[in-house]
Design a protein around this ligand. Structure first.
Ligand SMILES: N[C@H](CCC[C@H](N)C(=O)O)C(=O)O
Length: 290
């Protein structure tokens, strides 16, 4: 079976074109291909499938085989794959609040609904920068009662790993716990990450992010991902952190997120309440599973 290895800021996945391949058990396949010694090595598996509702459908599986509703770095790579391989005819333009209009657009069916994105090609004519309308953040536990059992407003106290954390919970279709810290180097993510990921307040588990507000225009973050552990970047997580930083009065709605794997431009737009995420997508290699 053919696959393509791609990453968004080092958040790497194995991509399978399900217009041409059949994946019978994606959960088991995600576990197998994600293994960095006995498999291909990745943060998970992403299937690019036909859709009746959008140009394509994206399904994302974590390294532990669990399926998530959305993947921000992943959807940028899906857009690149679809555009570069001409799988769908892109739309003519995509307007981005506060930024120049992008020349091409695509729609992707996800677990968080149909999302629209814009593509800026590089000099080689291939997709280089992608801006995704990630939709509206969900902040009320009542809207997603099985996701958060804590009050997602600012600063809910959660006990984990022998410590108390003030957690702001934001859903971007998938759940995120955001904690602010003045020193990210001091965070024992290997210990605290799984303790919060699996906390009883989060019956669907949760992605965990620690954020340092550098200024009103910039923040830095580190991530423990639900089902995948520490990753170099988390696109939905960065969007959730941007929303949380604004809610907590630490950053502006338009902000530059510094992730270990690189930067994302974020804008939680006041007009439509949607979060716009702009960043790169990279094709590493194409391969074939024996
Ligand atoms: N890396 C992804 C997030 C995956 C989230 C997944 N770990 C979950 O279970 O929600 C991103 O760029 O948004």
């Amino acid at each position: 079976m053919k696959f393509t290895k791609m990453h968004g800021l080092g958040n790497d996945y194995v991509y399978v074109n399900c217009f041409e391949e059949d994946v019978i058990d994606p959960s088991s396949m995600a576990i197998a291909v994600s293994d960095r010694n006995f498999g291909i090595g990745s943060d998970g598996l992403i299937l690019i499938c036909p859709s009746k509702l959008a140009d394509v459908r994206m399904r994302m599986f974590n390294a532990d085989g669990s399926e998530s509703q959305m993947c921000g770095n992943g959807i940028r790579c899906v857009a690149k794959y679809v555009f570069d391989n001409k799988i769908a005819e892109p739309g003519s333009s995509f307007s981005v609040p506060g930024q120049p209009t992008l020349p091409h657009s695509l729609t992707v069916e996800t677990g968080n609904g149909i999302l629209t994105l814009g593509i800026m090609p590089g000099e080689d004519g291939l997709a280089e920068q992608i801006c995704v309308n990630m939709g509206q953040p969900i902040l009320e536990a009542s809207e997603i009662p099985t996701t958060f059992h804590c009050n997602p407003c600012v600063g809910e106290a959660i006990e984990a790993g022998g410590e108390t954390f003030e957690v702001t919970c934001v859903s971007m279709g998938n759940p995120h716990a955001v904690i602010f810290s003045e020193n990210l180097d001091e965070i024992d993510l290997e210990k605290i990450g799984p303790a919060l990921e699996n906390h009883p307040a989060f019956p669907e588990r949760i992605n965990v992010h620690f954020v340092k507000a550098e200024s009103p225009e910039e923040f830095s973050m580190i991530t423990w991902e639900r089902g995948s552990g520490i990753t170099l970047a988390c696109g939905t997580g960065a969007c959730a952190c941007g929303v949380a930083a604004s809610l907590n009065g630490k950053c502006n709605r338009a902000v530059l997120a510094h992730l270990p794997g690189g930067d994302l431009m974020l804008n939680w737009c006041e007009d439509d309440n949607c979060v716009y995420m702009t960043g790169p997508a990279t094709t590493v290699y194409c391969g074939e599973l024996c």
